[in-house]
Structure formats: structure tokens, C-alpha cells
Design a protein around this ligand. Structure first.
Ligand SMILES: *[C@@H]1O[C@H](CO)[C@@H](O)[C@H](O)[C@H]1NC(C)=O
Length: 396
């Protein structure tokens, strides 16, 4: 609005109104291309034209675990990333979930006291790497969902531990790394959205009594939660998530943000299953006090255990059964732990039961307990061309 020459007494009211309306037209035209492509509308994810989107694809989830972006590492991973993205594109998929910091081995940059000084050592290599990756994804019409941290495996944990327990350290990450990162990529057509942390349940302490239900984890006793270590309270993890979501929203008010829950156990409010939704708006804001720090969509992982899905698994239900107020993406699954379903059946099931997306585990297929890359591509191909699956980021 600074374009309006308010100091000129002779400018007529009509001229000002014309100018104002052309500014508005310009702003709304720009709105089509600014702020990324995907939005939430109620319990759906939609594109910038309001068309419902089904996120179909795979977790990458990495090429070199924790060593993909920053320090000019992407040039050595790029061929493999492009190979995997080409596979997803050929299968008709539209999105991938990619793990970035994990435990902070190579990004962000920490000083020796555990404070974050930047995304990298100051050479700009992280953003250069990540933007190159997004450019590669855009050419293949693939949305990337970076997952920042991982609590499912504990290895070199000191740096991440500092960010979860010390809010001045977390603030150094928000100010010196996350905010500049979001600002640099928020308008990139291939940026799908953000996943704050993979499976906080891995390092959550069950059996903690608290008069606040959001922080009471007695319902998780004997659930397997804490498999990577009984390290943090729900309040600590939810505060960690809440503050990062808020920082993302401050930099990009329309960003899609989620946090990858390991199962439905700590993500749905259903007492008949002894489940509770720790990821609710109420719980996140209670923990971190940031009103902007709430999820845009839920995402859950689901694998069978000894050949059976749990009774609350997305593969035992429809989306409507959970009574969620926002979309749910089935963000990790595979047919190795699919209760006998084929990968094609699994993708069809997720598509047909009201969920907002399906990402198989995991395209790189470098470990046990994962479907081969080609098996996963058959699953993605089962939904090829279906309504909501064909999305072109460049047309947003
Ligand atoms: C690390 O950064 C923090 C915050 O800027 C600072 O207080 C601390 O002195 C730094 N530590 C080292 C070893 O430079």
C-alpha cells in the first residue's frame, strides 16, 4: 500500500480507489504463485485452485542417513535422488518424504556448546544443496516433505538432546537455521510441507504421571513406546514440536506442517482403544505456548506386529472413524508388514478410505523390513492417474 501517493492532495478519491483495486488484483494474482502450492481445506489437502490432492508416493527417506544436504554433499547423492524421483514420477506418484537433520550429524551447524550457528558453516552450502534438490523434484512434478529430526533411532544424540531440553538452544536453531531455511524455500513450487520429527514415541518415557492429560503417559505403559530410550516427557517433545511449527508459520503462514507419529496410539482420542491424541492443538499449545504451533495435518505410520495390524491402525478403519478435524496421511507402511496385503491393495485401501495420502517405506530400500524399490513403485502405480494424484507443482 506504500505505492499509494497519500501525500498528493490532488489525487482524487476515484484514482486512489482504482489504484487500491489494481494493487488488490496484483496481490491476488501473485497469491496464485506465492506461498507454495498445497493448502488444507477442512479435512482435505488441496492445491492452490482448491482441487483435492491425494499425496501418493514414498519415503525416500534418505540416500546417506544424515549426510545428504549441506557441506556440498548433495552433489554426491544427487544421481541416486534423481533415480528415485524418476521412479516415483514414472509410477505416477506426486510426493516424497525426505529426512534431513536426523540427529544433526552434518546439519544444522552446532558450536561446541550445542548452540546452532547456522544451517551450515556459513558457506551457504545447505540452502544450495536443498534448493538444487527441490529444483530436481520440480522437474519431476514431485512435492518434497522434509522431515527434520528423528527420535526412532538414538546414535550421536547430544546436539539434538540440547534442542529438546534447552529452549535457548532450540531458539538458536529457530533463529539461525529453521527460519532462514523456510524463508528461502517457502515459494518453491516443489516444497510440499514440513514434518518436524519422525516418531517422537521412540524416545518418549511411558508411565509418567501428570495431572495434565496432555503430559500424562501412563496410558502408554507396555505399548513399546520408548524403544530408543526413555528420554523425554510428552511436555518436552510437544514443546519442541510446537515451537518449530510456530517458527515455520511465522516465516510462511500457509505452510503445511505435520509430525510423524509412530502409530495411532498417541494420536487419536479414542478411549475404547486406550489411545490419546498428544498431537492435538490443545496439547501442543499447552506445552509450548505458541498459538501458531499446531499441525496442519496428522501423519501416522503403521506396520503389522507378528502379522497383525493393531485394532486402531488406518488399515482397519476409514478416516472418518478417527473423528479428526484435519487430514491424515498414512506416511509410512509397507507390505513386508502389511498383514498379508499386497502393496497395490495397500495403496488402494488408503486412497479409498478417506485418507489424504500414502507414502511407502522406503524408496532407498537399504535395510531389512522394507519393500524393494520396485515393489513400492507397483503400489504407487496402482493409483496412477486417479483423481487428486496427478498434480503439477508448476501449475499451482
Ligand atoms: C555457542 O553459541 C552460544 C550462543 O551464541 C554462545 O553463548 C556460546 O559462547 C558459543 N560457544 C562457543 C564455544 O563458541
Amino acid at each position: 500500500m506504500s505505492a499509494i501517493p497519500t501525500g498528493h492532495q490532488k489525487v482524487s478519491l476515484t484514482n486512489i480507489k482504482m489504484l487500491q483495486s489494481s494493487v488488490l488484483v496484483l496481490v491476488s494474482l501473485l497469491g496464485v504463485v506465492l506461498g507454495g502450492c498445497l493448502r488444507r481445506q477442512g479435512t482435505n489437502i488441496v492445491d492452490s485452485h482448491g482441487h483435492k490432492v491425494f499425496l501418493s508416493g514414498a519415503n525416500t527417506a534418505w540416500v546417506a542417513y544424515g549426510y545428504d544436504f549441506g557441506n556440498n554433499q548433495y552433489q554426491y547423492r544427487r544421481d541416486r535422488y534423481i533415480y528415485l524421483m524418476d521412479k516415483v514420477k514414472e509410477a505416477g506418484g506426486n510426493s516424497m518424504r525426505t529426512w534431513v537433520h536426523i540427529e544433526g550429524a552434518t546439519s544444522p551447524k552446532f558450536n561446541s556448546s550445542g548452540y546452532v550457528t547456522g544451517l551450515d558453516s556459513g558457506d551457504g552450502s545447505f540452502l544450495k544443496d536443498f534448493i538444487q534438490y527441490l529444483d530436481d523434484a520440480k522437474q519431476r512434478n514431485i512435492f518434497i516433505f522434509p522431515c527434520l529430526w528423528n527420535a526412532a533411532v538414538k546414535q550421536n544424540h547430544d546436539n539434538l538432546n540440547g534442542l529438546i531440553t534447552d529452549m535457548s538452544k532450540l531458539k538458536s536453531y529457530l533463529d539461525n537455521a529453521l527460519t532462514p531455511w523456510v524463508k528461502a524455500v517457502k515459494d518453491h513450487p516443489a516444497l510440499g510441507g514440513w514434518d518436524i520429527i519422525n516418531e517422537m514415541e521412540g524416545e518418549l518415557t511411558p508411565g509418567v504421571h501428570n495431572s495434565e492429560p496432555c503430559f500424562d503417559t501412563t496410558f502408554l505403559v507396555n505399548s513399546g513406546v520408548g524403544w530408543a530410550g526413555n528420554l523425554y516427557t510428552a511436555e518436552q517433545f510437544l514443546r519442541f514440536i510446537n515451537r518449530q511449527v510456530a517458527a515455520i508459520r511465522h516465516a510462511d503462514s500457509t505452510a503445511l506442517v505435520t509430525a510423524g507419529s509412530s502409530a495411532q496410539r498417541a494420536q487419536v482420542d479414542q478411549t475404547q482403544w486406550n489411545d490419546r491424541n498428544l498431537y492435538s492443538d490443545t496439547c501442543l499449545v499447552k506445552a509450548g505456548q505458541e498459538s501458531l504451533g499446531t499441525l496442519t495435518f496428522y501423519s501416522t505410520h503403521t506396520y503389522d506386529w507378528q502379522g497383525h495390524f493393531s485394532q486402531d491402525s488406518p488399515f482397519k478403519h476409514s478416516f472418518a472413524d478417527y473423528h479428526f478435524d484435519k487430514p491424515l496421511v498414512v506416511a509410512e507402511f509397507n507390505s513386508v508388514h502389511g498383514e498379508g496385503m499386497t502393496i497395490e491393495q495397500m495403496f488402494h485401501y488408503v486412497y479409498d478410505h478417506g485418507y489424504a495420502g500414502a507414502w511407502s517405506w522406503h524408496a532407498q530400500a537399504d535395510g531389512s523390513d522394507t519393500d524393494s524399490t520396485d515393489t513400492q513403485m507397483r503400489g504407487i502405480a496402482a493409483l496412477r492417474g486417479k483423481s487428486g494424484v496427478t498434480v503439477n507443482p508448476s501449475n499451482c
